[in-house]
Design a protein around this ligand. Sequence first.
Ligand code: PLA
Length: 452
Amino acid sequence: MRRPEFTSSSSSPTDRRLSVLVRHLATSSPVMDSQTTVTFSPTSGFHGDSVFSHVVRAPEDPILGVTVAYNKDPSPVKLNLGVGAYRTEEGKPLVLNVVRKAEQMLVNDRSRVKEYLPIVGLAEFNKLSAKLIFGADSPAIRENRVTTVQCLSGTGSLRVGAEFLARHYHQRSIYIPQPTWGNHPKIFTLSGLSVKTYRYYDPATRGLNFQGLLEDLGSAPSGSIVLLHACAHNPTGVDPTLEQWEQIRQLMRSKALLPFFDSAYQGFASGSLDADAMSVRMFVADGGECFVAQSYAKNMGLYGERVGALSVVCKTADVASKVESQLKLVIRPMFSNPPIHGASIVATILKDRNMYNEWTIELKAMADRIISMRQKLFDALRARGTPGDWSHIIKQIGMFTFTGLNSEQVAFMTREYHIYMTSDGRISMAGLSSKTVPHLADAIHAAVTGMS
Ligand code: PLA
């Protein structure tokens, strides 16, 4: 092996000093014999600074960092209402029975192997996922106008869709609701799109700013991409009514705005898979084009398995198959092909009528438990006489309540009550149980009365 070489003709005084140092070490140090390869940049310090010493420490993620802080807290009463992760009444993570059953079947099937999936993932999973979101009788599916590719959960599906749009769509602007899930702007910006916002939430009414939404989409340049939360808007828990969705659809189609649906909570909002897909189905029923990112993290509890799908609904089967060929060029250098286990669980459940029914029952039970937590928290605040109108807790939909608490009040609740939540005042109702509601209500009461 060659020793690092620095000739006197080489460059800077720093390099020459390094070369002297290396020669010195090579002759004097027992570990630096002629068999040792030293690799370093000629201009970096050898024993000195790291070539990465300029790297600044990044802040923790605003959502996942809440769990990091929670894990460090030794308090026995601590409560994590940050990340949207379902917990049982006992505060434990839940693996659905039907998922356990599917996994057992997969393990028992000795014919199964661990070969790579195709670039687009498990074909059966893709077909069943499209059916789940668009409906079994969807003309778009029947006419082969939909291409579906398996991706790494909702996040990966959004990213693949956005990278495709940045390469092949004539408009670079994507309008996202204000506020939205904190990862959206990062995903779209890093994919090469230009992120703009449209008004969505009205803090005064704690409801939808429908007028603002219509005005902003109405003045967006024709052809712009618009991100829509299919249901259970995160973080606000505020969804348009079906009549409002219809108006949004008409406006968007009249201006050729391209809908990109993020469907991370199908079945979680209302307990019904079909009801929670209505917004998407309205846009597909008009024969127009759209993108949909689906996640099985929440509705099947497959968080860490990273199972999701991106569907692109096109005008013709020919366009759909060309789009798919280009999606493969996005996926191959990104993660090559997706993992097999989670998608196999989903396909096993979706293709078997009994298992599918069992899943819908378990899903409804999760949704109902979340809804019952809303009522319990609302009642507990009323019982304490906590100042303010808390009816938004029972009006909002899905996994989260957007409480209206400010970042100082949140910091107070964390410091004094060991309750962890995102600083925008969002709480994960799915992380709450009958036993922990009084503790949360005490904390909110103290934050509102003691700090105001
Ligand atoms: N889209 C929305 C609107 C989400 O809320 C989330 C997850 C995702 C996509 C992505 O989920 P996935 O990649 O795991 O399928 N939001 C969580 C978790 C539940 C997170 O931030 O990663 C949240 O607490 O907001």
